[in-house]
Design a protein around this ligand. Structure first.
Ligand SMILES: C[S@@+](CC[C@H](N)C(=O)[O-])C[C@H]1O[C@@H](n2cnc3c(N)ncnc32)[C@H](O)[C@@H]1O
Length: 337
């Protein structure tokens, strides 16, 4: 058994295997060296116990506490479709790779292409993530997870909601360019992403989404308590987030069961984080009724369901225009002060 570890880990070199991956986030000139620790199966008293980056302090069994080994093939960028690579190139060109531009100068971590690919592979393996899924990214930032899952596995609905206006508008800027690209490139999917500027706390449920994803490391506890209430009222069978079971189940009260965990690193913050996959206790895909849509998501979901990319392009062009004119007005006002 192997697991990916930090390059600066204190694991002795004799128990490491290295693996070179030729590119990192589309830059062909870079080579990333990934190190795997060989984990011994004998794990009883006095024997080697796999070091685990469990920051939760929760009571996992040894087996559960092993960080989900990242599959080597999930890290090979040839597995990324040309459409996915092109979309990250467009985002890079439009808004750069960092997840900054938040109010108060905060720099939030943003998903990288490889890290998101890993998350998607984990979701496919453990959460029936497929073309018939409906995905929401709570706190969608510049929109990368939403754009990625729209291509792979090509979800039915890819929805992002972002609180901060500037970041939302950067995501809209990305979206307009991606829509133009997907219009002219067959094999890439379009029309199934919607990005909303808003606060998730205004939702009553998370219906009609099957997979709830949130990079929630910086979310305030009160927000997480509220999201737990909303989640518990929802049909969603799966939750993928970056808080341990101790917090998610015991502190915030999400009605979920731990499924697995994995590690990712992000742009912006440069940190590594442990992601956790949970299943909604007592909710299954089989019982899912996708005709139920929370009022907060109705406009966006209906727009996706209308399957009219032209309508989406017009909608996001209008949003962009409205934003630019408020910016121009506020610049004019401040120059008069
Ligand atoms: C770390 S970023 C993640 C960006 C993106 N999901 C990714 O993985 O690349 C977290 C985002 O959540 C947003 N956020 C925080 N609280 C929120 C809320 N109540 N409703 C919607 N978005 C929220 C923040 O503004 C921030 O952009």
């Amino acid at each position: 058994m192997k697991r990916l570890i930090h390059s600066d880990s204190s694991v002795p070199s004799e128990s490491l295997e290295t693996f070179k991956t030729p590119l990192k986030d589309g830059n062909k000139n870079e080579t990333e060296v990934l190190k795997f620790e060989r984990i011994s199966p004998e794990n009883k008293k006095g024997k080697k116990i796999p070091r685990c980056l469990d920051i939760s302090g929760s009571k996992f069994t040894e087996k559960e506490s092993i960080v989900q080994p990242l599959k080597v093939n999930a890290l090979v960028t040839s597995d990324l479709t040309p459409a996915v690579k092109s979309i990250y190139k467009i985002i890079q060109k439009c808004t750069g790779s960092l997840g900054g531009n938040a109010y108060f100068g905060a720099i939030y971590g943003e998903a990288t292409m490889n890290c998101m690919k890993q998350v998607i592979e984990i979701m496919k393996e453990h959460c029936n993530f497929s073309g018939s899924s409906s995905f929401i990214d709570i706190g969608s930032g510049l929109g990368k997870p939403c754009f990625h899952v729209a291509q792979d596995p090509g979800v039915k609905i890819s929805y992002g909601i972002e609180l901060e206006e500037i970041r939302h508008n950067l995501a809209v800027h990305n979206m307009r360019h991606i829509l133009q690209y997907t219009e002219t490139n067959h094999g890439s999917k379009h029309g199934n992403v919607f990005l909303q500027h808003g606060d998730i706390q205004n939702a009553t449920t998370l219906d009609p989404f099957t997979h709830i994803y949130m990079f929630d490391v910086g979310f305030p506890p009160l927000t997480l308590l509220k999201i737990a209430e909303i989640f518990n009222r929802s049909q969603a069978p799966f939750l993928i987030c970056y808080h341990s079971p101790k917090l998610v189940i015991e502190e915030y009260g999400f009605n979920v069961q731990f499924v697995t965990k994995y590690q990712v690193s992000l742009h912006g913050s440069g940190e590594r984080h442990t992601g956790y996959v949970y299943s909604h206790s007592s909710k299954t895909i089989r019982d899912f009724d996708n005709s139920i849509i929370d009022p907060l998501f109705q406009e966006g979901v209906k727009m996706i369901q209308s399957n009219d990319p032209g309508k989406l392009i017009d909608y996001f062009n209008a949003q962009n225009q409205a934003y630019l004119s408020t910016q121009t007005r506020s610049r004019r006002t401040s120059s008069l002060l």
